[in-house]
Design a protein around this ligand. Structure first.
Ligand SMILES: Nc1ncnc2c1ncn2[C@@H]1O[C@H](COP(=O)(O)OP(=O)(O)OP(=O)(O)O)[C@@H](O)[C@H]1O
Ligand SMILES: [Mg+2]
Length: 220
């Protein structure tokens, strides 16, 4: 489903941030991308949603090979992805309901479909009762749940999460992880970057360690 081969990334002709990264994530799999601050986790995630381009190597996602993708194919390719960020990136002038609905409006879904889908998504993340609230009327944990509902709106193959618990306290971080596990059980693959090893201690999911420009599967 996601295949990354020999990826290299250099910023400003410096030392490579990623020197030779290869990994595979199967359909329906969930993995944590871990490594120290500055290791290149966000850089790798950005390349998977095509915000950054690699200097060498290739990324294949679903039916797309990013090396050969044309600019006009990028929006459709991105629909295979949902992305959540540390800072939620919700639109402050829109309610929880409207933030989620927007993801469906931009791809031209009919009103009735949108209405049902947004309700289902807000129910999934446990926030239907907050649907009329604006982001500044929601807690951090609730904002991240709305962002997660929005990321799932177009039924992505893969949910990318870049440090999604970075602005959350311990309890909200734990409950977001539980929500992600639930979403994963329903069939969505998930790759979550975090530098918080304590948070994921004891969890059963795969870990990919990014350090010194390389990804390895097991901590040595
Ligand atoms: N646009 C950019 N231009 C130049 N250097 C960059 C750019 N983006 C990131 N870097 C550098 O690349 C390195 C990796 O950054 P990145 O944000 O990918 O790390 P990270 O593993 O996500 O760290 P954190 O855990 O703190 O989020 C850092 O040294 C950073 O300064
Ligand atoms: Mg980062």
């Amino acid at each position: 489903m996601l295949i990354i081969r020999n990826l290299k990334k250099v910023y400003n002709q410096g030392d490579p941030i990623l020197s030779d990264v290869s990994l595979e994530l199967g359909k329906g799999e969930m993995a944590f991308l871990v490594g120290p601050s500055g290791a290149g986790k966000s850089t790798l995630i950005k390349m998977i949603y095509l915000e950054e381009k690699p200097d060498a190597g290739e990324i294949l996602l679903g039916n797309y090979n990013f090396t050969h993708i044309k600019d006009k194919q990028i929006p459709r390719m991105r629909r295979q992805l949902g992305v959540i960020f540390q800072d939620f990136k919700l639109i402050s002038e829109r309610t929880a309901w409207e933030n989620v609905a927007l993801a469906l409006e931009v791809v031209g879904k009919p009103k009735r479909v949108i209405s049902n889908k947004v309700s289902d998504l807000l129910r999934l993340v446990g926030l239907l009762h907050r649907k009329h609230n604006y982001p500044d009327q929601l807690s951090g944990g609730e904002c991240q749940r709305v962002a997660t509902a929005r990321a799932l709106a177009n039924e992505p193959l893969l949910l990318l999460a870049d440090e999604p618990t970075g602005n959350l306290d311990h309890d909200n971080s734990q409950s977001l992880l539980k929500l992600l596990a639930k979403i994963n059980v329903q069939g969505c693959s998930i790759l979550m970057a975090t530098h918080n090893m304590n948070l994921i201690e004891g969890l059963p999911q795969r870990r990919l360690y990014l350090e010194d420009g390389l990804v390895r599967e097991n901590e040595s």
